[in-house]
Design a protein around this ligand. Structure first.
Ligand SMILES: Cc1cc2nc3c(=O)[nH]c(=O)nc-3n(C[C@H](O)[C@H](O)[C@H](O)COP(=O)(O)OP(=O)(O)OC[C@H]3O[C@@H](n4cnc5c(N)ncnc54)[C@H](O)[C@@H]3O)c2cc1C
Length: 452
């Protein structure tokens, strides 16, 4: 009945069944055993069709889960309550591209990689650089407010969104924001939708601001004898007034595993590395690199300057390398205030040890954003339970140190309901009121973000 009704709206060839094993029943949280079951998958071909699908769901009390590229790591796109998965994959047009005005208006289903490529081909840059860019969609990036290494200087996706076209309950297509350079007339509804993980509306197109591409980017790897010295160096960089375009870290446990594949020399006593990138004109980048190296000289063991492509390939290879160690890993995405990064890492490793698991971490040091990994044998129930216990305790430590339970991947399904541990009761109540105002029937991506 569901498939038949949706077929009437958008054509039978654009409505799918989702038997067990269908990719539409899961995202990358399937690595943590999370699967849902959609009663139907709708592939609308226009924003108007998205509005028709949501209107039908709203009228018939059917849950709707928006889906982008399905690269989410917290189960945000998993239809845990059944109903309709609304995939944006056919909304792939770039409606406007105005290089001289530094802006672009892609539909939600355009891949992040294509947005970046189009900007580059026009001498510009779309600054956010989340990891799974070939498969993730710009709508998904906005819905999760995705970040990446260059967030430190350039901000998260939301910093580049001038407006969104969105389908709101009970099925209305609405424009929020626009190309005006400034707009303080209303409440900031655009920012409510950014990072809302499909719980407030379905984004169908995004007004993006772009930047002229910096002439030069110089990357260096700085090795330290301890996490403490490496994290102190981050603050020394800031104190010196240098703004790197990226300041990532790789901890000692990860270095141990990845020394052989590093494109250069790793000192034998290195227990922490910072990947520092500076950009600007060729002259600005050179000066910034000199200043950055001077600011951290006291604790530095050595500096490597591999070819940038090889360096970032090595960085991207950490994930599969660590996964391969025991066959699986469980990763938590958390943020510590930068001054507590070393202490946060110390506590994480202690908790993992106490639970009998090997651990390692990397992430964006300048933001205090940590990808905290424990290695598991995926066949071992003991390991799976221990990994969950590590995650639980880590969240408590994060909150105690004044951090955030998510810096990049959102709460989705896996961390749904956890906001209460981080935010005071009154602000949580306001979150719930916002949700009700946008989605009075609770049909938009139920069970995600706020709900348990
Ligand atoms: C290898 C790898 C590396 C990654 N690196 C990063 C990283 O560096 N930084 C980072 O932030 N994340 C990273 N991620 C996580 C993920 O890629 C991002 O969260 C990404 O933004 C998700 O986009 P997507 O299109 O795949 O969305 P999906 O996974 O399909 O959906 C994610 C959430 O957004 C909602 N959603 C999707 N599209 C829409 C829409 N059009 N309207 C409303 N809601 C929508 C879904 O309902 C869901 O709640 C990584 C993931 C992997 C697998």
């Amino acid at each position: 009945m569901l498939v038949k009704e949706l077929s009437r709206l958008i054509g039978a060839e654009h409505v799918l069944e989702a038997p067990p094993g269908s990719p539409y029943n899961s995202d990358l949280a399937r690595r943590r055993g999370l699967h849902g079951h959609a009663d139907a998958v709708a592939l609308p071909g226009s924003a108007q069709e998205v509005a028709q699908v949501l209107a039908w769901c709203y009228e018939h009390d059917v849950p709707l889960t928006p889906r982008g590229g399905g690269t989410g790591l917290t189960g945000g796109a998993v239809p845990t309550a059944g109903g309709v998965v609304c995939s944006l994959e056919r909304l792939r047009a770039v409606r406007e591209l105005e290089p001289a005005l530094w802006r672009m208006l892609p539909e939600a289903g355009v891949s992040t990689r294509d947005v970046q490529r189009l900007a580059r081909e026009n001498g510009l840059m779309f600054a956010p650089d989340p990891g799974a860019s070939e498969q993730s969609q710009i709508g998904g990036n906005v819905a999760t407010n995705a970040g990446g290494p260059h967030t430190l200087k350039y901000g998260v996706t939301g910093a580049w969104v001038a407006g969104v076209e969105v389908v709101l309950a009970p099925g209305e297509l609405v424009e929020i924001g626009g190309w005006a350079g400034k707009d303080v007339a209303g409440y900031d509804l655009k920012s409510l939708l950014i990072g809302s993980e499909g719980t407030l509306g379905v984004i169908t197109a995004v007004r993006l601001r772009l930047l002229p591409r910096p002439e030069s980017a110089l990357a260096s790897v700085l090795f330290f004898a301890s996490a403490k010295e490496g994290c102190d160096a981050v603050m020394q960089v800031f104190a010196a007034g240098v703004m790197p375009s990226a300041l990532d870290f790789v901890d000692g446990e990860t270095l141990e595993l990845a020394t052989r594949s590093f494109p250069g020399e790793v000192p034998a006593d290195a227990r922490f590395a910072l990947i520092a990138e500076v950009d600007g004109s060729a002259e600005q980048a050179r000066t910034a690199r000199t200043e950055l190296l001077e600011s951290v000289a006291a604790g530095l063991l050595s500096v490597a300057e591999p070819e940038p492509e090889a360096l970032w390939r090595w960085r991207d290879g950490l994930n599969p390398l660590v996964t391969g160690t025991l066959g699986g890993k469980v990763a938590e995405d958390v943020v510590f205030p930068v001054e507590h990064l070393a202490e946060g890492l110390r506590r994480f490793h202690r908790i993992a040890r106490e639970n009998g698991l090997r651990s390692c971490a990397w992430g964006h040091a300048g933001d205090g954003n940590v990808h905290a990994n424990v290695m598991v044998d995926p066949e071992s129930e003991r390991d799976t339970l221990a990994a969950e216990a590590v995650g639980e305790r880590l969240m408590d430590e994060v909150v105690e140190l004044g951090g955030s339970i998510s810096g990049e991947h959102g709460l989705g399904s896996l961390k749904a309901g956890r906001l209460a541990s981080q935010w005071p009761a009154r602000t949580l109540q306001l979150h719930e009121m916002v949700k009700r105002a946008f989605d009075p029937k609770g049909l938009l991506n139920p069970g995600k973000k706020l709900a348990r």
